[in-house]
Design a protein around this ligand. Structure first.
Ligand code: BGC
Length: 793
């Protein structure tokens, strides 16, 4: 009932039960050895496609990569509701709306599990901020909990039966999720009839008896702290019954059986990593996720202008994913700049960085490095001892200098002493002060430049910080460097054997380069036909372990956008972020495009949209507020250890609608390059409570080109006297239509589309009376409204 190490369960050889392996996650398979896998767009981007079928395909692809890395259960998807725009893990989560989150999650889980790989639906529950994430209590009434924070879990569990669920770090109304009888026993097991494994988030188990009796099956990571000796003692003393242990063990065995381990793991032949097909899926998700927020004077797609200025560090070094446990080692990174140059081979596509947009020093750009054979990256040598004695046991070219778990010597994690040395040449692109930062989980690591030790010496290990994914043992040092010169770089990592704590190894080498010239960028933009400005919070800004401090882009970037829009004929801003940013410049630019954190193929995706090869079809899965102060949880966040969810049911658009606050861009919004219309909406005038009713309508593409749009159905409950949101999303469908084409759609609204959770009755109920059905292309762009009356049978 507890792990063997960080990523696997204990085998029981005497019974022929093999070890089961798990790994993250939501944006692709994270190899526990930091080996590469396809980096897909992050969760919020997947949700922005509003295309559950695509979520299925992404799930299948990630599962095949999991199989290739011998991973049986994928620790994904993350479906927590985006409650505050500052949430550090918003990028990983799907939406502010439980219905959309549930639809995407259901198909993602089905996709993964169709390949024989399990999923772990996380984090159960109400894990909506990183601030105080290990101890904070998410406090709210039962109706809010059920309707806003549990319903995406409920929908996914009922329809897709994920083989495991991960209990969250936080408390809910004072009780830790991993020992929460109400959540695990009452709701999950009894009401939802869940038969899978409940695994604790890494380090989220807080007790022995309380957790076992509440329903936590598995403590991770191993070796167990609460589910080891103390569990044996609790059984011996009678505080935990053997029958209870049997229940947990049976579920774990069932999981081992479900993933095929007892049948010799037949799924192995499906293994595949970074195939052309997986790249295509990653690209399609990234493309369909891109949201065209604003497009005036037909600024997009970019027409005939010859000289195109591409501005902003994110064009050349994009943020392809967020930070923390979901981080995948990429096979390749297609930058927007590179992809735009490929898309427009006959045009002048010129680049200027403009400003340094990074909050912290970013991971060193491998394009500045050469290994011992002159190729991009460094030469890595692995030794089976700490003193780098003898011949290396493994040598490779390595360019991914952010590692979440590695060590190619003996058992991957823990018990073996090993060391790695990376060496090669650094050739700076600019002259000036270069600031290096080395972060690592081992007690010893060093960095030398041209034989001089810049960073070195021993450090104590900060184990507790392991789960925060921040800068562990981070040390910085700078030196002056000259553009184009070669500097010998060597970095070493030494890990002693640690049998008490077979933790996992983390390492990151970051480099902040000298500031670029703003003037050059402005000059370039003002002498070009169009300026495409890539703006971003930065590669370290959105991460597990900490929330964002605010919703703004750096002052420098805001000023750069303002200066360029004042001088350039046409300014297009592309946002490379996982969450909304404030856009005080929104009225001054011609077009705004949200490209999210788009995964390794994101460059191709944005080039397809900007060049007009594909009509944009992404829709916002979260409201983009004008300013942070306008957001629903503004008065109730971060809340210290006690986080009162004072906005109640009014999360996201439910708040903006009710308060009549106009957001910058509403939930569900996203423009296309063509035009869609909705006609002939019909529904029966009456239906019995509990019936499924069919909504029919026609959609036409009345524009000049093919494209996709998403028909969205919001229900306004006028019958219930309880407090309730004005309108709630209850159905949607994405459709593709050629120019001039029409189609008819039928959307079924099941009983649950009309219910609210009734505290007194202790169940979901619908009130007899009138409901308005609004059909449109966003939560505020409602084209048709029709009424239905529900009567009690
Ligand atoms: C995260 C989980 C993740 C686990 C294992 C935790 O810190 O919260 O989402 O699955 O680590 O990496």
């Amino acid at each position: 009932m507890s792990g063997k190490d960080f990523w696997s369960l204990r085998p029981i050889e005497r019974l022929g039960i093999p070890s089961l392996n798990v790994s993250d996650g939501p944006t692709g398979l994270r190899s526990t050895n930091s080996d590469p896998a396809t980096v897909f767009p992050v969760g919020v981007a997947l949700a922005a496609t509003w295309n559950p079928g695509l979520a299925h395909r992404m799930g299948e692809a990630i599962a095949r990569e999991a199989i290739a890395y011998n991973v049986d259960v994928l620790l994904a998807p993350t479906i927590n509701i985006q409650r505050t725009p500052l949430g550090g893990r918003n990028f990983e989560s799907y939406s502010e709306d439980p219905f959309l989150a549930g639809e995407i999650a259901t198909l993602f889980v089905q996709g993964v599990q169709s390949q024989g790989v399990g999923t772990s639906l996380k984090h159960f529950a109400a894990n909506n901020q990183e601030h105080d994430r290990m101890t904070g209590s998410s406090n709210m009434g039962e109706r809010v909990l059920r309707e806003m924070y549990l319903s995406a879990f409920e929908a996914t569990i009922r329809r897709a039966s994920p083989w495991s669920v991960m209990s969250a770090y936080n408390r809910i109304n004072g009780t830790y999720a991993s020992e929460n009888q109400f959540l695990l026993e009452q709701v999950l097991r009894k009401e939802w009839d869940y038969d899978g494994v409940v695994v604790s988030d890494w380090g989220a188990t807080k007790s022995t008896i309380g957790s076992v009796n509440a329903g936590l099956d598995l403590e991770m990571p191993g070796p167990g702290r609460f589910y080891a000796e103390s569990l044996k003692m609790a059984v011996a003393s009678g505080e935990v019954s053997p029958a209870k242990i049997d229940e947990h063990v049976e579920r774990i065995l069932k999981l081992i059986e479900r993933v095929g381990l007892l049948d010799g793991n037949p799924k192995r032949q499906r293994a595949a990593v970074n195939t052309a097909e997986h790249q295509t899926v990653a690209r399609q998700v990234a493309t369909e996720a891109i949201v065209l927020l604003k497009n005036e004077n037909n600024a997009l797609p970019i027409g005939t202008g010859n000289r195109i200025a591409v501005i902003g560090g994110a064009a050349h070094r994009p943020t392809i994913q967020g930070g923390g446990s979901s981080q995948v080692s990429p096979y390749r990174i297609i930058s927007p700049l590179e992809a735009l140059r490929k898309a427009w081979p006959d045009r002048e596509v010129l680049y200027a960085q403009g400003v340094d947009h990074e909050v912290r020093a970013p991971v060193i750009d491998y394009r500045l490095l050469r290994d011992e054979n002159g190729e991009e990256g460094l030469t890595a040598r692995y030794y089976d001892n700490q003193s780098l004695d003898g011949d290396p046991v493994y040598t490779e070219r390595d360019w991914r200098l952010l590692k979440l778990g590695f060590g190619k010597v003996g058992p991957l994690q823990g018990s073996t002493a090993f060391a790695v040395e990376w060496s090669g040449t650094l050739i700076p692109e600019s002259t000036g002060a270069h600031e290096f930062m080395l972060s690592h989980s081992s007690p010893e690591a060093d960095l030398t430049i041209d034989g001089v030790t810049l960073i070195g010496g021993e450090m104590p290990i900060e184990r507790e910080k392991l789960f925060m994914f921040l800068t562990l043992n981070a040390r910085s040092a700078g030196c002056h460097m000259v553009a184009g010169q070669s500097y010998a770089l060597r970095m070493r990592y030494r890990q002693p054997a640690d049998t008490d704590f077979p933790g996992f190894n983390l390492l990151k080498l970051s480099l902040r380069t000298p500031p670029p010239s703003v003037q050059d960028a402005i000059e370039l933009a003002s002498t070009s036909d169009v300026a495409i400005v890539f703006a971003a919070p930065g590669t370290t800004a959105e991460t597990e372990g900490e929330d964002r401090k605010d919703m703004s882009l750096s002052k420098d970037q805001v000023e750069l956008i303002e200066s360029i829009s004042a001088r350039c004929r046409k300014t297009i801003v592309v946002l490379n972020s996982g969450s909304p940013v404030e856009m005080p410049w929104a009225d001054h630019v011609d077009a705004i495009v949200q490209m999210w954190l788009p995964g390794q193929e994101g460059g191709y995706a944005i080039a397809d949209i900007l060049s007009g090869k594909v009509s944009p079809s992404g829709k916002l899965p979260v409201t983009f507020p004008r300013i942070y102060r306008d957001t629903p949880s503004f008065l109730h966040y971060p809340g210290g250890r006690q986080v009162d969810y004072g906005e109640g049911l009014f999360v996201g658009y439910r708040y903006f609608d009710k308060m009549e606050i106009e957001p910058l861009f509403p939930f569900g919004h996203g423009l296309t390059y063509t035009r869609f219309e909705i006609r002939d909406v019909s529904i029966p005038a009456k239906a019995a409570l509990g019936d499924t009713v069919r909504l029919s309508l026609n959609v036409s593409n009345t524009g000049m080109r093919a494209g996709q749009d998403t028909v969205q159905v919001y229900i306004e409950d006028r019958a219930t006297r309880e407090t309730r949101p004005l309108r709630q999303l209850k159905s949607f469908e994405k459709i593709f239509l050629e120019a001039g084409e029409s189609t008819s759609l039928s959307l079924d609204l099941g009983a649950s589309a009309f219910t609210h959770y009734d505290i007194d009755e202790g169940k979901w109920l619908a009130t007899p009376g009138s409901y308005l059905i609004h059909v449109g292309f966003s939560s505020v762009d409602l084209r048709q409204t029709i009424e239905i009356n529900l009567y009690a049978d």
